[in-house]
Design a protein around this ligand. Structure first.
Ligand SMILES: [Zn+2]
Length: 198
């Protein structure tokens, strides 16, 4: 398990702990879904340390499109040179009766299309990054990583750190249920959750 901590560097007291794994996604009007990037902040609206949205820059999106534009053969070659055992394993696995490699290649193609669509949507975006709890754009103060700063609304100093506790055994395969946000970073209501397990 990995956690993000807002802690008192003076005595190691953890003020707020965030679960590192989350499943926040944008859902665009054309149905495309993409992961939402998270940063950590103090929110004056919530009066809490919160998870906040971190907007993608055009350059970041273009870089993702570029990475996903690598031809499937070259992508596999790259895995073979970096992680030969994984490359061998992936070529023997199946998902729902289809070769896993084929499924992964198809996923990359879809993700590439989603990011191309995202370029267009983010271009139209009006809001700045929001608090993921209350949706405020103006109340958040983003915390820098591994830097001791005055508590944004309190006494003493705080530091945002990564709790790299080593745990033996396999990584958890459980992923939290997805939460969806619209183009402007507003949380979509649970009623719109039409995920089916088929
Ligand atoms: Zn808030």
């Amino acid at each position: 398990m990995s956690f993000i901590h807002v802690e008192r560097p003076t005595n190691g007291h953890v003020i707020t702990r965030f679960y590192k794994w989350h499943n926040y996604n944008y859902r665009f009007p054309d149905g495309c879904e993409l992961p939402l990037q998270v940063q950590y902040a103090w929110c004056h609206g919530c009066e809490l340390f919160v998870e906040a949205e971190k907007l993608f820059t055009t350059q970041e999106i273009q870089q993702k499109i570029e990475n996903l534009s690598i031809k499937p053969e070259e992508w596999l070659q790259d895995i073979q040179s970096k992680m030969p055992e994984f490359a061998e394993w992936i070529q023997t696995q199946e998902i729902d009766g289809r070769p896993m490699l084929e499924v992964r290649v198809e996923e990359r193609r879809q993700r590439r299309e989603s990011w191309i669509s995202a370029l267009n949507w983010f271009d139209k975006r009006k809001s700045t990054a929001r608090c993921l709890e209350c949706g405020s754009m103006t109340a958040i103060k983003v915390l820098p990583w591994h830097e001791v700063i005055p508590h944004p609304y309190g006494e003493g100093v705080v530091e945002l750190t990564f709790d790299a506790t080593i745990v033996d055994g396999p990584l958890p395969t459980w992923t939290p249920p997805p939460i969806y946000f619209d183009l402007e970073g507003n949380r979509l209501t649970a009623a719109e959750d039409d995920s089916d397990k088929g």
